[in-house]
Structures are given as structure tokens and as C-alpha cells.
Design a protein around this ligand. Structure first.
Ligand code: PBG
Length: 338
């Protein structure tokens, strides 16, 4: 692209900003409800909605509330919902067995949502952390997260979810080789058309904090050898960018249809690099901590929340994202006049 070469006073960039109609006409990026994937937390209790304290405006939804929310998504023109489960502590164990329960919370919610709103795509996380008592995404052996054993379980988890009706499986665990294994598992079971959105570049981030409260996964291990206190042996080092491209390249080769970068706003450089390098459908996850920051500041009257929401979502599009996974989806769709 050529550089802007005009010179003042013949060129006056402000001419293009002087009123709304000309700003609209020259706007380079459009944000629409079509760009949104609604991040939604479900629980299997009876209360319709249980507010998440660290995420004002977000509540865990019961299965029937989630079904109603799916209908709302359809009305608002939101194409897809990403479901995250809050599992009863009593159902958690060291191996995350509940993840494979075909009548568990995730599968029940998926069925109810597809029933209520068949035209809304349903995406499910493939990872064990909501189901393990230690809160890690994989199986823990002698204080280490074991890769290949975990991948085997993830393939089963994906299959169970797809049989319940999930349209997109989204491995968020960051084990090596899981995209290829899940693709082979799905194909082998006749699910050639099920989409995989790979959390291809997912960083070990402080911004997932409120999510732990939302899904009730509590604090990670003590930090001892036996139970690491963070996810740094599988999620990426936040200082790296070439590594993100290698991660993405592997997932593309293994059959990923859609790519996800996570977290979002602090990682727009990664979104941009991934999009320009691979030209694949690329999404950003505006995570729980990003949501909480905007809501906390807005709640204190320190910024205009509605404007900040739309500004942050537009920034993702400007950086090259095709869409955004966000807890703001219904609010944003309303602000966009849906
Ligand atoms: C689990 C998972 C996490 C999120 C989505 N899936 C947490 C983590 O990896 O620690 C974070 C979502 C958010 O913070 O909004 N694999």
C-alpha cells in the first residue's frame, strides 16, 4: 500500500471527519453482530441465573435459561455461542471423568440450546479444567501434565460433545497434537463436517482470573512439584510471538478450520500476525479479565462502558480478526442496534 503523501494545506485529513455521514462513508472497519460469539457460562443448579461477582452483568445460566439465551442470540443475530460449564465440586476428580458423561451438564445444555435455537452455532471447549479437582486442563502424573494421555481423553470428550449436537469443538487445553487427534477421532466416527476452532495461540495469562470464579475451578495447585500453581508448561509464554506462528502452523496442518488467539486486547499483534500469515478465519477471545476491567471502570464511572465495549470489539476487527468470542456479545449486539 502506498503511503499517504498529501501535504497541508492542499490535504486536510479533517475534511473526512467533519460530519457523521462522511465518517461513515470512509470507515475502514465494520463491526456487526455477525462478528460475535457469545461466551456463556452454564451450571446445573435450579436457580435460573447465578451472578458472577467478578464479572458484573455475567451470570451462570441454568440449562433452561441457556436455552432461552440461545433464542435471544438468534433474535439478536449472534451466529454462535461458546459454552463453558460450572461443574459441581462433588463431580470433580483428578482425571476429570465427568467430562465424558454424555448426560452431563455440557451435553444437556448443548441439546437444550440446539433444540431452542437450531440456527445458532454451538461451540464447546475441549479441555479438562472444569472437571478436574486440581483445575488443570490435562491429566497430572507425578506432578507433570502428561500430554499424550491427555490427548486421548480430549478426543473422547470432543466425541461426546459432538454426539450431543455441538457444531464446533474448540480445544483450549494446549496439548501438542490434539487437533490432529480430534480430527481423526471425529472423522472416524462419521463427523467429517464438525468444525474445529483451535485455541492455536493461547497464552499463560493473568487475564483468565475471573473465569476461575465463573466456572468454579478455584485456585490452581499449591505450586508444589506435585501440583503446579500455573499453566506455564502448556500455555504459551506471553513474551513470544514467533512461537505463536509455529503453534498455528501445526494446528492448520492438523486440520483446524478456525483459529483463536487468546487473550484478546493485549495480544492484537498476535491476531494481526496470525491473520496476515495464514489468511485463515481468525478469532480473538476477549477473556474474563478484559471483561472485568471494562466493567469495573465503567461501574466506577471512570469511563463510558458502552463506548469502551464497542471500541474494544472494533479494535479486534481492525487488527484483522474475523470475529470475537466475548461475554459482551448480547450487550454489543444491542448497542449495534440489533
Ligand atoms: C480452559 C479455559 C480457560 C478459558 C477458556 N477455557 C481458562 C484457562 O485456560 O486457564 C478462559 C476464559 C476467560 O478467561 O474468559 N481451558
Amino acid at each position: 500500500m502506498k503511503n499517504y503523501t498529501g501535504r497541508y494545506p492542499a490535504s486536510r485529513p479533517r475534511r473526512l471527519r467533519q460530519s457523521n455521514w462522511i465518517r461513515r462513508l470512509t470507515r475502514e472497519t465494520q463491526l456487526s453482530p455477525d462478528d460475535l460469539i457469545w461466551a456463556m457460562v452454564v451450571h446445573d443448579g435450579r436457580e435460573g441465573e447465578v451472578p458472577v461477582a467478578s464479572m458484573p452483568g455475567v451470570a451462570r445460566l441454568s440449562v433452561s435459561s441457556a436455552a432461552a439465551a440461545a433464542k435471544r442470540a438468534q433474535k439478536l443475530g449472534i451466529p454462535a455461542i461458546a459454552v463453558f460449564p460450572h461443574i459441581d465440586a462433588a463431580k470433580k476428580d483428578t482425571v476429570g471423568k465427568e467430562a465424558l458423561n454424555p448426560n452431563g451438564l455440557v451435553c444437556t445444555a448443548v441439546r437444550a440450546m440446539k433444540d431452542a435455537a437450531p440456527d445458532v452455532g454451538i461451540m464447546v471447549d475441549v479441555a479438562l479444567d472444569p472437571f478436574t479437582d486440581h483445575g488443570h486442563d490435562g491429566l497430572l502424573k507425578d506432578g507433570r501434565i502428561v500430554n499424550d494421555e491427555t490427548v486421548k481423553v480430549l478426543v473422547e470428550q470432543a466425541l461426546v460433545q459432538v454426539k450431543a449436537g455441538a457444531d464446533i469443538v474448540a480445544p483450549s487445553d494446549m496439548m501438542d497434537g490434539r487437533v490432529g487427534a480430534i480430527r481423526a477421532g471425529l472423522d472416524g466416527a462419521g463427523f467429517q463436517d464438525t468444525l474445529i476452532m483451535s485455541y492455536a495461540a493461547k497464552y499463560a495469562s493473568a487475564f483468565y482470573g475471573p473465569y476461575r470464579e465463573a466456572i468454579g475451578s478455584g485456585k490452581l495447585g499449591s505450586g508444589s512439584e506435585q501440583n503446579p500453581g500455573d499453566k506455564r508448561t502448556y500455555q504459551m509464554d506471553l513474551a513470544n510471538t514467533d512461537e505463536a506462528l509455529r503453534e498455528v502452523a501445526m494446528d492448520v496442518a492438523e486440520g483446524a478450520d478456525l483459529l483463536l488467539v487468546k487473550p484478546g486486547l493485549p495480544y492484537l499483534d498476535i491476531v494481526h500476525r496470525v491473520k496476515t500469515t495464514f489468511g485463515m478465519p481468525t478469532y480473538a477471545f476477549q477473556v474474563s479479565g478484559e471483561y472485568a476491567m471494562i466493567m469495573a471502570a465503567a461501574g466506577n464511572g471512570w469511563l463510558d462502558g458502552d463506548r469502551a465495549i464497542l471500541e474494544s470489539l472494533t479494535a479486534f476487527k481492525r487488527a484483522g480478526a474475523d470475529g470475537i468470542v466475548t461475554y459482551f456479545a448480547p450487550k454489543a449486539a444491542e448497542l449495534l442496534g440489533a
